[in-house]
Write a protein that binds this ligand. Structure first.
Ligand code: SF4
Length: 381
């Protein structure tokens, strides 16, 4: 925490953030704002401040567009996905009613790059710490694509993130590394994108205190958010914009991530939802555990990689390829059973079509033989 921020009362800190936002929004340039919104507490607080600042201005001075951008991996925990959709709908209608220049956008992975198309279609093994193929395809690329499109139309954009030093020691290091000490910092990967972290020096307690004291200007209350955290035991999976954010994805045992995440050892948030009365979600927890279990089963992995090559480690042991076609069909059957049992949409028809097309191509090229040796590394390309 900066020394100045540490000396301020909470009211003074809030005034200081609102003043900073107003000053930046009133600057001479026309660069639009993009608020990275996950539906979690930190990005909700940033949006709360942004909308309060906009409302403090006369309508004629609200001249720059504010894009509220959320990402849906399509494998979000159902309660989290519903909360996000509800929030986005409220923000959209609330902003329209208040005549605010706010655009609400939900990005998602490309149709041929979703979790199930890669895992069940192409046979990518369930993600692990050493082979985490999902974050870039499902989180970084969809949002980056939207930001780049806005940079292309506007020259530059200001990206507002609910990043806080206190989130974790990893986050504090990353904030310090990418901060020049000023309000706006060039994004690490996205040219023309300037990052603004308005609540970087707020503590977790302060974030909750402010949210509990204020109503969202777009309508409703923050009570749903409190319940979600209480039941889900925890952390949040913030909008992931670049690889420096990626270590936080799937590595903490208590955050809202994809319900399919096999990178975490245990899905504590899903366990929390079930313990708090959502027993219908139990098949998801069982499916996730099973996906983690089968990833190293040699009888379910191909000998060949998807490019037809067979690769070996220095000690001569085989590096297993993707899941076999039989295993992929088995995963699809289990997923459809879980879908039926939970009554939740777990896979879309579009994904099923993509998967069937890939299976047909793989069968035509004879990709399907199982590995005979233990799996301890990955190869799918
Ligand atoms: S939460 Fe897990 S499955 Fe989802 S993108 Fe992150 S690492 Fe991958």
């Amino acid at each position: 925490m900066s020394e100045v921020a540490a000396c301020l009362s909470l009211e003074d800190k809030i005034e200081s953030v609102l003043g900073d936002l107003l000053e930046e929004y009133s600057a001479e340039h026309d660069h639009p704002w993009i608020v990275g919104f996950s539906g979690g507490k930190d990005s909700t607080l940033v949006l709360q401040f942004v909308i309060e600042m906009l409302l403090s201005l006369p309508p004629s001075a609200r001249r720059r567009t504010v894009h509220v951008v959320a990402n849906d991996t399509l494998v979000e925990a159902p309660l989290v996905a519903k909360h996000l959709d509800k929030c986005l709908a409220r923000i959209r209608t609330g902003s329209e009613a208040l005549r605010l220049p706010v655009t609400v956008i939900k990005t998602s992975p490309k149709a041929d790059q979703t979790f199930w198309v890669n895992l069940i279609g192409r046979g990518y093994p369930s993600p692990s710490r050493t082979f985490r193929w999902c974050t870039d395809r499902m989180k970084i690329q969809p949002t980056s694509h939207y930001i780049r499109s806005q940079v292309a139309s506007n020259g530059k954009v200001i990206l507002l993130l609910g990043v806080r030093r206190q989130e974790s020691s990893t986050r504090a290091v990353s904030v310090n590394r990418y901060s020049n000490g000023g309000r706006l910092n060039a994004h690490n990967d996205l040219q023309g994108c300037l990052v603004y972290r308005p609540i970087v020096d707020f503590s977790t307690e302060e974030v909750w205190q402010i949210l509990l004291q204020r109503r969202p200007p777009w309508g409703g209350t923050h009570r749903d958010l409190v319940t979600l955290y209480k039941n889900g035991q925890g952390g949040e999976c913030p909008l992931v914009i670049d690889k420096s954010d990626a270590p936080s994805c799937g590595t903490s045992s208590s955050r809202f991530g994809c319900w399919t995440c096999t990178v975490v050892v245990k899905d504590r948030s899903m366990e929390g939802f079930i313990e708090s009365g959502q027993e219908n979600l139990e098949p998801l927890l069982e499916m996730r555990d099973w996906l983690a279990e089968i990833r190293n089963d040699p009888t379910r992995r191909m000998a060949h990689r998807r490019n037809g090559k067979v690769t070996y480690l220095a000690d001569g042991s085989l590096i297993p390829g993707p899941f076999t076609l039989t295993a992929r069909r088995e995963i699809m059957d289990r997923l459809l059973e879980a879908q039926m049992a939970t009554g939740e949409v777990l896979i879309t028809e579009d994904e099923v079509e993509h998967i069937e097309r890939i299976w047909a191509e793989d069968a035509a090229f004879g990709l399907g033989a199982a590995v005979a040796e233990p799996a301890d590394s990955e190869a799918v390309a």
